[in-house]
Design a protein around this ligand. Structure first.
Ligand code: CP
Length: 306
C-alpha cells in the first residue's frame, strides 16, 4: 500500500511510491484488456469526482478506473449544485463527507485548493489538477507511458516544450522525470518561463533539441489560464515551437512525442502531425497516454483504498 494518505503533488511522491504505482499498473492494464473489465477489489467503497474545472481525460479516466475496481463513483457537478446558491466549498465538502464517501478526486482552477481540502478532511484526496500548481496523476501516467516504450528512465533525454508559466503538468512532470534520472531540457520563450527556472537547461527553439531527444513532450498552451498577450503571433510560435512534419521527420529512431491533451491543433502540434499515418505515426503516443492513464489510476485507487 502507499505510504501516504493523499496524492497532492509530485514532489512528495517518493521513489518507492512511484515504483509501486508503476508496477501495480501492469496488472491493471491487463484487466483493462480483458473482455470483462471488472474486478471486485474496491466493492463497497465510494469515490467522488469533484471537478470544478472542465475535464475529459482525467475525470473519465478516474470514473472508468473506479468502476473497473467495482467502487461506486459519484460525479459531483458544481454547476448544478448548491454552490450556485452561494454555499461555500467547505460547507459543500462537509455535506458530502456526511454521506460517508471514502476518497475524493478533485480538480480546481485555483492553485492550492486541493491542499486546503486535504487539510480539512480525514479521507484520502487525489489532486486531479489545481490551477497552475500540480497534476501528479498526469505525471505518473506519463512515466508509465515512458516505461512501456523504453523499459527504463535513467539517462533518457526529454525536451519539454511550451508554456511553463501556466502549466501544472510541466511542474509535476519535471519533478518526476528528474527523480527517475532523466535528462530534462526546457524549450520555451522567456515570456513563458517562471523566474526560478534560470538554473535549468533552457533552449528557445524546438529545432535545437529535436534530433537528440528521446522524448519530445509538448505542453498544452493554457489559453484559459493566461492573462497576458500570446507570443508575438501564432506565426512566430509556429516558427520556433510548433511540432510540424519537418521536425517530426528529424526525430531519431525510437523517439516519441507526448502531450497531456487536449491539443490545440496548429499551436503545439500541426494537423498534419496529429493525423499522420505510417511509420512516423508510431512516434505519437498521445492516445497511449490516455489508455495507460486508466491503469495508473486503478493502481492509485487500489493502493490507497484497497
Ligand atoms: N490531461 C488532462 O488533464 O486532460 P483533461 O483536462 O481533459 O482532464
Amino acid at each position: 500500500m502507499l505510504n501516504k494518505k493523499s496524492i497532492l503533488d509530485a514532489d512528495s511522491l517518493s521513489l518507492e511510491d512511484i515504483k509501486l504505482i508503476l508496477s501495480n499498473a501492469d496488472s491493471f492494464l491487463e484487466i483493462s484488456r480483458r473482455d470483462v473489465k471488472k474486478v471486485p477489489t474496491l466493492r463497497g467503497k465510494t469515490v467522488i469526482n469533484l471537478f470544478f474545472e472542465p475535464s475529459t481525460r482525467t475525470k473519465t479516466s478516474f470514473e472508468i478506473a473506479a468502476k473497473r475496481l467495482s467502487a461506486d463513483i459519484i460525479n459531483f457537478s458544481p454547476s448544478t449544485s448548491s454552490l450556485k446558491k452561494g454555499e461555500s466549498i467547505i460547507d459543500t465538502l462537509k455535506t458530502i463527507f456526511s454521506m460517508k464517501v471514502d476518497l475524493i478526486v478533485i480538480r480546481h482552477s485555483d492553485s492550492g485548493t486541493v491542499k486546503m481540502v486535504d487539510r480539512f478532511v480525514d479521507i484520502p484526496v487525489i489532486n486531479a489538477g489545481d490551477g497552475k500548481y500540480q497534476h501528479p496523476t498526469q505525471a505518473l501516467l506519463d512515466l508509465y507511458t515512458i516505461k512501456k516504450r523504453f523499459g527504463k528512465f535513467e539517462g533518457l533525454k526529454v525536451a519539454i516544450v511550451g508554456d511553463f508559466l501556466d502549466s501544472r503538468v510541466a511542474r509535476s512532470d519535471m519533478n518526476l522525470f528528474e527523480k527517475m534520472g532523466m535528462d530534462v531540457t526546457i524549450v520555451s520563450p522567456t515570456m513563458f518561463l517562471p523566474e526560478d527556472f534560470s538554473a535549468m537547461k533552457v533552449k528557445h527553439c524546438i529545432g535545437d533539441v529535436i534530433e537528440d531527444a528521446d522524448i519530445v513532450y509538448m505542453l498544452r498552451m493554457q489559453f484559459e489560464r493566461q492573462d497576458r498577450k500570446f507570443y508575438p503571433s501564432v506565426m512566430e510560435y509556429n516558427r520556433f515551437l510548433t511540432l510540424n512534419m519537418d521536425r517530426l521527420g528529424k526525430m531519431k529512431p525510437g523517439s516519441i512525442v507526448m502531450h497531456p491533451g487536449p491539443v490545440n491543433r496548429g499551436i503545439e502540434i500541426t494537423d498534419e502531425v496529429m493525423d499522420t499515418s505510417g511509420e512516423l505515426a508510431e512516434k505519437i503516443v498521445i492516445e497511449e497516454q490516455v489508455t495507460f492513464g486508466v491503469a495508473v489510476r486503478m493502481a492509485i485507487l487500489y493502493l490507497i483504498l484497497g
